[in-house]
Each structure stands twice: as C-alpha cells, then as structure tokens.
Design a binder for this molecule. Structure first.
Ligand code: FAD
Length: 579
C-alpha cells in the first residue's frame, strides 16, 4: 500500500475541520495540512443558527468578512415561548452583548447569522484551502493507524479510488457525529439524556411576524415548547425557513415522523400563524429535490478524553449538546482553534509534556461545553414548572457571580442575553478568572435567592469595606489553557485555598504578554500579598495598595489593577469576606 506523508491530517470539512486546519496553516505556513471530506460540497447539513460570541474566532481566522458578505440572514435576537400560559420572551442580543463587546471586541458584529450550511460550510472549507490546506474532496478516511499506542496516521481514499496509508504527527477527528476516531479507538462517550431525535422540514413563503421572528434585515430565532419537546423556527432567507422538532424516540412508537411533527407544530398557535400559507420546500443544498421530512439522531454526548498521543477530537466528534442554545457551531469553531493551538504548541515547545497538554485539552473542552450542557439540562428540567422570568433571575445571578460580567449592564435580561449570545464560554471569563464554568454554575445549582454574586457586586462598590481573609493555607497547582488571542497553550497557576472546611480553587489572572515564569510569579506574589493584607482592619483600597507596594515601583499601576482584580475574585470565591 502506498504511503504518503502530511504534518497533520484532518478528518472532515465541517466547521470544526476547516477551523482546525485553517488555524494550523495560519500559525505554521510551512507545514503540510491535508483535510479529507467525504462529501462533495455544497451538501445539506442541519444546524443553522449561530451565536455572536464565535465571531471572534471567525475574525481571527480571517473568514468573518466572507461570512458577512455572503448574504446570510442576520440573527439579532431570540424569542422563546417557554410555557403556553406565560408571555413571550423576545429580546435582542444588543441588550447584553454590546456591553460585553465594549470590553474589547467592539469591532465584531453584535449579531450572528442564520446560515444555509451548504453555503456556510463551503465558504469555510474554501477559506481553509486559500490558507494552504490541501483539501481531498471527495476523500474518505477508512481507518486509523496506531503504532505503540500512538495514532500515527490514517487509511484514506481519494474520490473512490484505492486506499492509501497516510502518516502524520497528529490526526484531528472532525468527522462530526460519525465520531470515527472514538469508535476506532474504542473511547466510550458519556450520554446526557435530553432530546434524542430531531424531525425537521423546510418551508417557503412563511409570514414574517416581527415580534416572533424579527425582519429579513434582522431576524430572531423562535423557540417554542410543545407537548413532545420543543420546536425551532429559523428564517434562512426572506422566503425559506427551517422548522424542527426535538423530541424523544418513543413518541414515534404510535405514529410516523411527519404525523408527530405536524401534531406538535399544530399545538403551538404562533407556529400555525407563521406557517399559514407556507408550503414545504427542499433543503438548502438539495435544491430541486422533492421536499421531505428529515429525521436525525439528536442525543447529547461527550468524550471525557478528547486527546491523546497523536490525536485530537474537535466539534461534534468530541461532544454534541442539545441544540436548544444553538451552541454546536460555536463549539466546533472554538475546539478547532484550541486543538490547532495545541498542535502548534507541541511543535514549537517539544520540551512541554504532551500528556499534560492532552489532558488539559480534554479538561478545557469539558469546561467549554459544560456551561451549555448545564443550561440545557436546566431548561429541560424546568420547562414544565417555571417560566422565563426564573431563568432571567438565574442568569442575572450567574452573571453577577463572574468577574467579567459584573462590569456589564447586568439586569436580568442583559445577563440572559449575554449568555444566550454564547458568552457563557468567553475565554476571558473562563480562563482568566473565576469563570462562569466553576462558580457560576455552582450558584446556578444552589439557586440560593440573593446569592453570593449580588452581595459581592454591591459590597465591592464600597471601597471602604474591610476585607478579611478566610484562607487557612494555600498551595499552587497548574492547569492548561488557550484563547482566541493567542496561538499556543499555557500552563497557568491554579491556587488551592483551604478556607475553614471548604477548599476553593482560584485561577488568578496572568496578563497575556507575561504568561511565562516571571508573569506567573508576579501574579502569585500579588495573590499572597492580597491575602496577607486582608486582616479585617485595612480597607479595600488599602489592601490593593499594600499588595502593589510589596512588588516595588516597577509596573506599579498594572500591579494595582491586578491586585484589585485578585481581591475581587477572592471575595467572589468566598475566600475573603467583607464587612
Ligand atoms: C437537530 C440538530 C439541530 C442543530 N441545530 C444547531 C443550531 O441551530 N446551531 C448550531 O450551532 N448547531 C446546531 N446543531 C449542531 C451542529 O449541526 C453541529 O454542532 C456542527 O455541525 C458540528 O460541526 P462539525 O464540524 O463538528 O461536524 P459536521 O458539520 O457534521 O462535519 C463533519 C464532516 O465530516 C465529514 N466526514 C464524516 N465522515 C468522514 C470520513 N470517513 N471521511 C471524510 N470525511 C468525513 C462529513 O461529511 C462532514 O462534512 C444542530 C444539530 C442537530 C442534530
């Protein structure tokens, strides 16, 4: 069998594969990156509604202008019909996202897009090609080569021709729900019981009812709960709309998929109005074919181990979370970026322990999808007993509990819309501080009225409060992280703070430019000086000044800012109390 050589092989040309391959080439233009995509494009794909937060990744990849110019319907907000006896919830991303953008990404659009995936995926793949990725299409990966416990390549065919062996430093599995590598390597995914089946159709000639779905120049996605699950309504153009039911397979025991779909749509009066006079039409990418009712598996799963020697899982190949939050494409782009950064890091820093970085990628990805999973689970559990107001209040508490969000205009709707726009996974929040992932979701689980977050936000405004440390002892460990601002992964400090009976884990902020030994030492020194100064006698400002002065005159104003952030985080964590 002929053997060919690439530096990286990517399986699959969906959003995760194109992103991973594109970023590898951007950072390493001398490397050979070969991507196999089994389908000729354009091809139909479900999953059409994106989130504003991921624009940062598209921007970094250089493809955002092409997406913006493609004429996709802008998505400016969402409408939920949560319960039939509750008023509609309809809100714009601008309510929450714009204030988040003011903190550094103002140049990026405050809207997302409702995309025909046949065109969206083709633009991304073409962009990867323009960055020098060799795209083999149609090219089918048939098997993986494992030597001494390491993935060293794949077996693949071009255009239905004979199978060749390919060797590579790394194989990225972005094969979507085919999950090729995990099947071949016998990795067991964890299942998360939410919906497990989706039934969907396309219609032409629907009614643009503004409160529900906005206007063609600025649309909203409409979600409606229905007796057997929930329904999405995604306008894809002025004419065509994607309508889908997420449900569970047992509902099909007594009726066919089209019957169940029609029964559920008819149970929501708003859908009946939107679809009055509309006719079924073909799917994007299947133009000219007869309209049909599509069914697809929709079970949520994740792989606790998402990387190992010579391999990475990205996008749906790593995890799939119920589409109630439209998070799939965002996760595909972010994981594509993260595994590209990991591969670049291992090439440039062979001294770094690869196993640690692989484990770091798995942990990091779990945190990334974990936020969406928790919110989806919460939605499924609460759908029958509570309304949007409750989620509103929860989102406000969740927002208040994280360092970044506190600076936002965090009313209930604003926090909710910030999260609904995908900022749940904002790297600045997750990586560089307390993060929604840890503390926020814990508060969500606790659901304590008047939770810690709100008190903290109020108390920190009072600069004359007297902070007192609750820390009995501290030790330092590390964790791995990357973000959209950088091309590599970093080993950053995680401080374990023993406070009375409980342990708090704290990931202090380390400025991007200084994530090497010196910067890390500076941050850790500030943490220890802040804790030492919190004796219940100094004010907030005195504590900050004390920590700043201990580090000398160099970088004094930066040190003051950092000390202020650290003190805020420690209060949020409950490691320091205020009186
Ligand atoms: C019912 C439903 C509704 C959804 N709604 C949304 C939504 O509104 N918003 C959202 O963001 N997400 C949504 N999603 C999720 C979204 O579709 C996925 O998360 C996204 O497509 C993942 O991208 P990916 O690149 O990982 O995989 P994919 O987009 O599936 O791409 C994988 C590619 O790998 C190729 N491939 C597979 N096997 C091989 C092989 N052997 N050799 C070569 N190539 C191969 C396939 O042809 C495919 O092109 C939804 C999903 C479902 C099921």
């Amino acid at each position: 069998m002929a053997t060919e050589r690439a530096d990286v092989i990517v399986i699959g040309g969906g959003p995760a594969g194109s992103t991973a391959a594109g970023f590898i080439r951007l950072a390493n233009p001398e490397r050979r990156v070969v991507l196999f995509e089994r389908e000729p494009f354009p091809r139909h794909h479900v999953g059409e509604s994106t989130l504003p937060e991921m624009n940062a990744v598209l921007h970094k990849l250089g493809v955002l202008p092409k997406i913006q110019a493609a004429g996709f319907v802008k998505k400016t907000g969402i409408t939920y019909k949560w319960q039939h006896d509750q008023p509609l919830f309809s809100e714009l991303f601008a309510t929450g996202v714009l204030s988040a953008m003011e903190q550094g990404r103002a140049a990026l659009a405050d809207c997302a897009f409702q995309v025909e995936r046949s065109r969206y995926d083709a633009i991304l793949l073409e962009h990867a090609r323009s960055l020098g990725v060799e795209v083999v299409q149609p090219g089918r990966v048939e098997g993986v080569i494992v030597e001494g416990g390491r993935v060293t390549g794949v077996r693949a065919s071009r255009g239905g021709g004979p199978v060749s062996e390919w060797s590579a430093d790394a194989v990225v599995d972005a094969s979507g729900q085919a999950r090729l590598l995990s099947r071949w390597l016998k990795l067991l995914p964890s299942a998360h019981p939410l919906g497990d089946l989706a039934i969907f159709r396309y219609y032409a000639g629907f009614t643009w009812e503004e409160e529900l779905v906005g206007r063609p120049e600025g649309s909203k996605i409409f979600f409606a709960a229905c007796p057997a699950g929930w329904i999405w309504f995604i306008p894809l153009s002025a004419e065509r709309v994607s309508v889908g039911l997420v449900t569970r397979a047992p509902f099909l025991e007594r009726m066919t998929a089209p019957e169940l779909f029609e029964r559920e749509v008819a149970a929501v009066p708003e859908l009946e109005r939107l679809l009055r006079g509309a006719r079924t039409t073909s799917a994007p990418g299947e133009d000219g074919a007869a309209p049909r009712t599509h069914t697809i598996t929709d079970w949520s799963y994740s792989h606790p181990v998402a990387a190992g020697p010579g391999w990475f899982l990205a996008g749906d190949a790593a995890a799939f979370i119920d589409p109630i939050l439209s998070s799939g494409i965002l996760l595909a782009h972010h994981s594509g970026l993260s595994c590209a950064n990991a591969i670049s890091t291992l090439w440039r820093h062979p001294e770094l322990p690869a196993e640690e970085l692989h484990a770091g990628y798995s942990a990091y990805y779990a945190q990334l999808y974990g936020g969406f999973l928790a919110m989806a689970q919460w939605w499924y559990q609460r759908r029958k007993v509570s309304g949007i107001d409750e989620w509103h209040a929860l989102a406000a508490r969740l927002g208040d509990s994280a360092r970044g969000a506190r600076a936002l205009n965090h009313g209930g709707a604003s926090s909710f819309m910030t999260f609904a726009a995908g900022f749940l996974t904002d790297f600045r929040f997750v990586n560089l501080g307390v993060g929604y992932g840890d503390r926020g979701l814990q508060i969500m689980a606790d659901q304590q009225p008047g939770g810690a977050g709100q008190q903290v936000a109020r108390e920190l405004l009072d600069r004359s409060a007297l902070p007192r440390s609750q820390v009995k002892s501290a030790s330092v460990e590390s964790y791995w992280s990357t973000d959209v601002e950088s091309e590599r992964w970093w080993r950053l400090p995680e401080v374990r703070l023993q406070c009375e009976a409980t342990e708090r884990r704290y990931r202090p902020p380390v400025p991007l430019a200084e994530r090497e030994e010196r910067g890390i030492q500076r941050t850790l020194s500030l943490v220890s000086h802040v804790i030492a100064a919190c004796d219940g006698r100094r004010s907030v400002d005195d504590v900050v000044r004390y920590a700043r002065d201990r580090l000398g005159a160099q970088q004094a104003s930066e040190n003051q800012q950092l000390a202020n952030l650290i003190l805020t985080d420690l209060v949020l964590l409950g490691a320091v109390t205020l009186r």
